[in-house]
Design a protein around this ligand. Structure first.
Ligand code: HEC
Ligand code: HEC
Ligand code: HEC
Ligand code: HEC
Ligand code: HEC
Ligand code: HEC
Ligand code: HEC
Ligand code: HEC
Ligand code: HEC
Length: 330
């Protein structure tokens, strides 16, 4: 049998068991304790939970990890009623009794023998398929913990084998969340094109760290395309640019429903994050026209369309011209 196959097999089994039990979901009885699934994945049904203190007391090598963990949001969680820790090392790594079995209780004896804990008996956390890695977190982090996680399984990230571990580096310090200052670098690692766009002449201040990718994206899942935040493409932007929200008496057709019709939010070589310079931006959808002093032959082709059509995002005030979006601002 190939290495890695048992893990996958047992996950399939666990999923099958879960869906079979779906009909019982309305009852209050739990389907199976989570620990049983973990044991299935480990393939070691004889392993048992020993608690963080026992894990760590025998293994000084993990002092920094343990210290960071105790100061993390995870380390601080206490189970209501019992006063016991809600999250401990074994919540993610699986039961640890077998790992420390051969380590003597006497610290001096242990120092002399230098017995290491047998990490092979833990969950093979880094080699699990991405979906299974995420399940380790999702057993606690449901939509109740973060509403957007309801869309995680259908998200582009989950579908492309990105797991929670790829972004949340839990042992790099007490911080479990992705820091705002470090976020862009993290994302650029897999999305190098966005770094290039963010460096163009006109851009949202992402490289300046005054904004973060999560101001516009919900990386855990979304009902919109491209993991965008908010319920509509327009809402993604008007949460900050409220004056563009409308509704206006004179709308620009329905083109402002998606600001990306004219703007490149990551960056552009044109002023104001525009997709194309004027007049080409407008000429994608409109024929140009001549303008100039009436009666004269010196009619000019009007290049700077917004010099006259200044209320391009919509307006409540009728234009002084015959038609259109603030024509002839005066
Ligand atoms: C919330 C889940 C979670 C908890 C709780 C957790 N870990 Fe981890 N641990 C991980 C993940 C995920 C990895 C692999 C990826 C990584 O290194 O970030 C890992 C990797 C490790 C590693 C190997 C990699 C390294 O950085 O050296 C050790 C050792 C370790 N954990 C020890 C512990 C100890 C000790 C505790 C308890 C004090 C603990 N972990 C609690 C999720 C967790
Ligand atoms: C045994 C349950 C449990 C497991 C397993 C678990 N968490 Fe948590 N986690 C919690 C609780 C409880 C909180 C605190 C309340 C909250 O923010 O939802 C928390 C908080 C967090 C936070 C917020 C930290 C902050 O600073 O606000 C992040 C990020 C997080 N967990 C990520 C993960 C990741 C990634 C995994 C999988 C490797 C994971 N958790 C596994 C229970 C768990
Ligand atoms: C593509 C990267 C990425 C992936 C994958 C990812 N996260 Fe996150 N996560 C983030 C970022 C970035 C933040 C910070 C959001 C913020 O500050 O508003 C975050 C925040 C969180 C928080 C804290 C939310 C809060 O506001 O307190 C939790 C909990 C969390 N993630 C859990 C998970 C779980 C569980 C998974 C896997 C199912 C996961 N994340 C996968 C990037 C990611
Ligand atoms: C001001 C809002 C905004 C910010 C901030 C933002 N994005 Fe986007 N992003 C968008 C919009 C809108 C789209 C969809 C563009 C489209 O449909 O043409 C998008 C699309 C994407 C895509 C899909 C590929 C593509 O170009 O269509 C990726 C990947 C992406 N963003 C990553 C990032 C990363 C990484 C960051 C942070 C460095 C970031 N975004 C910051 C608004 C934003
Ligand atoms: C481990 C690699 C990895 C990291 C880190 C990562 N992504 Fe992605 N992301 C992907 C992959 C793979 C896809 C799907 C293929 C693609 O569109 O490039 C994707 C797709 C996306 C999309 C497009 C969704 C769509 O429907 O087309 C957005 C937006 C996005 N990521 C934003 C982010 C943001 C924001 C961050 C940082 C918080 C981030 N990603 C971090 C790998 C990653
Ligand atoms: C979190 C708030 C926020 C969100 C969401 C947001 N923006 Fe912005 N936007 C800003 C800030 C801040 C600036 C000013 C940048 C500066 O002064 O350097 C800006 C500037 C702009 C500019 C003007 C650039 C210039 O040079 O005049 C345009 C156009 C723009 N945003 C379009 C968008 C679009 C389109 C979206 C949605 C995809 C969006 N914004 C979403 C905060 C936001
Ligand atoms: C039909 C094309 C078009 C659409 C659609 C559009 N814009 Fe603009 N936007 C422009 C043009 C053109 C300018 C530059 C105005 C100028 O040159 O006077 C601009 C400028 C801006 C500016 C900076 C100057 C200012 O007026 O504050 C922001 C912010 C902005 N747009 C946000 C948005 C948002 C948010 C949306 C979606 C609700 C949107 N735009 C949709 C064409 C458009
Ligand atoms: C010198 C001022 C001026 C400039 C510059 C200008 N326009 Fe106009 N535009 C007008 C006036 C005045 C009207 C209304 C009178 C009319 O219908 O001829 C108008 C009308 C329009 C209409 C509505 C036509 C209709 O039949 O409803 C469109 C579309 C339009 N312009 C697009 C553009 C585009 C695209 C550009 C840039 C290439 C542009 N305009 C530049 C003054 C201008
Ligand atoms: C994505 C396509 C698109 C782009 C780009 C676009 N428009 Fe429009 N525009 C429309 C549609 C659709 C309408 C409404 C239908 C109509 O009246 O033709 C409209 C209407 C107008 C009107 C007439 C409004 C009225 O009340 O009759 C003017 C003026 C106008 N646009 C100017 C511009 C200018 C100037 C630009 C460039 C900054 C521009 N448009 C860019 C699609 C676009």
């Amino acid at each position: 049998m190939k290495k890695g196959l048992p893990a996958r097999f047992f996950i399939t089994l666990a999923v099958a068991a879960l869906s079979a039990a779906c009909s019982q979901l309305k009852q209050t009885k739990p389907i199976l304790p989570v620990s049983d699934y973990e044991k299935m994945i480990v393939g070691r049904l004889d392993a048992d939970y020993v608690g963080t203190d026992n894990c760590v007391a025998k293994c000084h090598a993990h002092d920094k990890i343990t210290d960071d963990f105790r100061h993390s949001v995870h380390g601080e969680q206490i189970k209501p009623g019992t006063g016991l820790p809600l999250v401990n090392c074994e919540s993610c790594h699986g039961p640890g009794s077998l790992a420390i079995m051969d380590i003597p209780d006497d610290p001096q004896l242990n120092d002399a023998r230098k017995t290491k804990c047998d990490t092979k008996t833990f969950l093979d956390i880094l080699n699990l398929p991405a979906q299974a890695q995420s399940l380790i977190c999702l057993k606690c982090h449901s939509a109740a913990s973060m509403p957007t996680l309801a869309h995680w399984n259908a998200s582009t990230h989950a579908l492309n084998d990105v797991s929670c571990f790829d972004c949340h580096k839990l042992h790099q310090g007490p911080q479990q969340k992705v820091k705002h200052e470090e976020m862009a670098e993290l994302c650029y690692g897999c999305h190098p094109q966005v770094r290039i766009e963010n460096s163009l002449f006109s851009h949202h201040p992402l490289i300046e760290k005054k904004m973060a990718c999560v101001d516009c994206h919900d990386v855990h899942g979304s009902t919109q395309q491209k993991l965008l935040k908010g319920d509509t493409p327009k809402e993604t932007c008007t949460r900050c640019h409220m004056e563009k929200q409308g509704p206006f008496v004179f709308e620009h057709g329905d083109v402002t429903e998606n600001c990306a019709n004219c703007h490149s939010p990551h960056g552009s070589t044109t002023n104001h994050l525009l997709n194309a310079p004027m007049p080409f931006l407008c000429l994608q959808c409109h024929p140009g026209h001549m303008a100039g002093s009436t009666g004269s032959n010196k009619q000019l082709f009007s290049n700077r369309c917004t010099d006259c059509h200044s209320q391009i995002h919509g307006s409540d005030i009728p234009s002084t011209g015959i038609t259109g979006l603030g024509t002839m601002r005066q």
